[in-house]
Design a protein around this ligand. Sequence first.
Ligand code: ZN
Length: 260
Amino acid sequence: MTGPSHKQDDAPLRCSAQPRRHAVGWCTHCHQPFGEAWLLVRTDGRAICRGCRGALGADVLDPSVLRERDPLRRLGWWKSAWHLLRAPHTRVAALLNAEGGRIARYAYAWSLVGSVAWLAWAIALEPQLLERLVESRPELASRPRAELLGWLALAMPLVTMVRLAAGLLALRVVAALSGYDREAWRPFARLFGLSQAATLLCMVPTFLGPLAFSAFWAMIMMAGLRVLGVQSLGKSFVFLLPTGIAMLSWGPHPLPLVGG
Ligand SMILES: [Zn+2]
């Protein structure tokens, strides 16, 4: 068996308006199950679907007072990154079971900050690094150092995007092969986004930064995978390895930048 075990045992209840979505409750008027987008709360506390609400003209509560604010927004980016790095096992669940919070921007920002820090330290600590990087390209090797640094700075935002896309794609493939459908996949994508907070550790100089980043990234991912039902260590590695390799090939990693 490959899929998540709950699939056969108790199939999730589907929204009667959008069967692709999970139901979160029943309308107390028509008694049909509905997803979050279709269910409202009446002023007396009873749930009502949008269809019945339209027909009855019932007063409903403003949905914004019912929804808990995304902890990513409530805590702020720095604090949630700090929480994830300090205690991933206790903190990841709360951050994972939420939507929004501009998770894509969060992932991109930390990933870019970490990647730039990693490259800046590498160049600062090994002045010849830049020359050795372009050694095999004579047309680049003759250019002034400032110009090469400029090009590198321009390339980083793009490389960071490729880095995140590569990791996300690898994770998506593993999740699909493990039987998670498109809706079940979303928290995995969010977890990958949250895990990018670990890239901040690349601010620590030398190989120690990228080493700490790799270790903490794996820790946050594993804590999150447990929350998402991937319990065994072996299965966690099946998720982590392709994702990690795809991501590390495009940014901070603990190995020297050029051999020798
Ligand atoms: Zn109804």
